[in-house]
Ligand binder design. Structure first.
Ligand code: IFM
Length: 477
């Protein structure tokens, strides 16, 4: 086993004093529409940028697509039953924009809305709080054809779509996330091109990031007006960024990457401004002429909560001659204005994504957001790990994933003890699914999916998590 954190074995959680979480802590699991639903051409759904991208040769490992995925669209009641058996208090899912508003504009597609209506009712019927994400990367293809997120109009289209969803589901859904991980949509989608729509232009990536946040702000205003009881937030993927050494050049590299990865979104949304050092770093890339008067006031519209997705840490250094080729998320084109910063591998244990396992980084991240940015309730809206799993005698004993969750839940508890108003935690992911450019080759789920038969097998981590939820905590080590 490659993970140094050895949690108590499944079934022996009953010993020792408890690390108890606050009453009402929202224990959940998360998924996203394109990653699990399948039924890509059913019920009036039209193509998104991920349909186009995954059907383009060479974009996704082994030519995998989300056409069928976990077939959740047809198996939804069974999947909700599995959630209930785990004792989940909440389920975070996303709505596929092209399913409910084909082509990204115009009237709603009732069949699409009905699917999510049935999902919400099924969840509520099992006592599970629905947590709805409006945008988890599936932009309707016609909107991309009209310019995509680098085009300002896409922000207005997003707010219209948000309103359609709120009109249909706002009577039953309390928790709303506008965007999931806008860094990925902007910098992987339009910077490196590793994600859909696969474009690669630094200025477009920066514009996309701004218009995503503008769409978020417009959607918040629309939802706030029509659904005043709703709890509204955004989900950002954050990383502690550490310089490899104390050398000033390494410290400056960390400042730059922190600017692009974290502060690019945190500052506009929570402070209503772009950081001055970031705009200076991007001077060669864009003059920020796409930022109109009043945009930042819209972007910083008041929220009720902040969602944080945490997976790993970035360790960076000043450039050196002849640096090695980098994995996709370190590609220079992801980091306009900082292309020559070097990402450093420390040799600590990694997941199957090659992401360093760094649970203390979760404490750092949560404390930073609370101490530097906001008193709002925080939620870990995603945290999890890919590992290579195997079915042995009908069971999947995913000890590494279980250890990852265990270590990060201890970190979450530590953050709460340090005063962070952390109100919930969503494991990523409920089930194995389509891991974007990696297709089905990376497994993040607590539930194993057999993609040939669509059989589901709850892994050891699912049973362990069920026990954590039942006792609202873990045994202290
Ligand atoms: O699978 C993704 C998810 O869609 C967004 N957050 C990170 C996960 C793991 O890469």
């Amino acid at each position: 086993m490659s993970n140094p954190h050895h949690p108590p074995a499944v079934g022996v959680l009953d010993q020792g004093p408890e690390l108890t979480f606050p009453p009402g802590f929202l224990w959940g699991a998360a998924t996203a529409a394109y990653q699990i639903e399948g039924a890509a051409t059913e019920g009036g759904r039209t193509p998104s940028i991920w349909d186009t991208f995954s059907h383009t040769e060479g974009r996704v490992v082994a030519g995998h697509t989300g056409d069928v995925a976990c077939d959740h669209y047809h198996r939804m009641p069974d999947d909700v039953r599995l959630m209930a058996e785990m004792g989940l208090k909440s389920y975070r899912f996303s709505v596929a924009w092209p399913r409910v508003q084909p082509n990204g504009s115009g009237p709603a597609n009732q069949q699409g809305l009905d699917f999510y209506g049935r999902l919400v009712d099924e969840l509520l019927g099992h006592g599970i709080e629905p947590w709805l994400t409006l945008y988890h990367w599936d932009l309707p293809q016609p909107l991309e054809d009209a310019g995509g997120w680098p085009a300002r109009d896409t922000a207005a289209r997003f707010a219209d779509y948000a309103q359609l969803v709120a009109d249909a589901l706002g009577d039953r859904v309390k928790y709303w996330t506008t965007l999931n991980e806008p860094w990925c949509s902007a910098f992987l989608g339009y910077g490196s091109g590793a994600h859909a729509p696969g474009r690669s232009d630094g200025a477009d990536a920066v514009r996309a990031g701004h218009h995503l946040m503008l769409g978020h702000g417009l959607a918040v205003q629309a939802l706030r007006a029509s659904r005043p009881q709703a709890q509204l937030g955004i989900t950002v993927n954050l990383y502690p960024v550490t310089p490899a050494t104390d050398a000033p050049a390494d410290v400056d590299a960390a400042r730059r990457i922190d600017g692009l990865a974290n502060r690019f979104f945190l500052d506009p949304v929570l402070r209503g401004s772009y950081p001055a050092d970031l705009t200076a770093d991007l001077r060669e890339v864009t003059d920020f002429g796409h930022v109109h008067d009043g945009d930042l006031a819209v972007i910083s519209s008041p929220l009720d909560l902040v969602g944080i997705n945490y997976y790993s840490r970035h360790v960076v250094a000043a450039p050196v001659e002849g640096a090695e080729p980098e994995p996709y998320w370190r590609a220079p084109s992801c980091w306009p204005g900082s292309e020559d910063v070097r990402f450093v591998t420390r040799g600590v244990p990694v997941t199957d994504m090659d992401w360093e396992i760094d649970a203390p980084g979760l404490v750092e991240t949560l404390r930073r957001v609370h101490e530097e940015y906001t008193d709002l309730p925080l939620y870990v809206t995603e945290n999890g790990s890919a590992f290579v799993d195997a079915v042995v005698d009908g069971r999947v004993d995913d000890v590494d994933r279980l250890a990852y969750f265990d270590a990060h839940l201890r970190a979450a508890h530590e953050a709460i003890s340090a005063g962070v108003p952390l109100r919930g935690y969503f494991a990523w992911s409920l089930m194995d699914n389509f891991e974007w450019a990696w297709g089905y080759t990376k497994r993040f789920g607590m539930i194993w999916i057999d993609y040939d038969t669509q059989a589901r097998i709850p892994k050891s981590s699912a049973r362990w998590y069920a026990e954590v939820i039942r006792r609202n905590g873990l045994a202290a080590q």
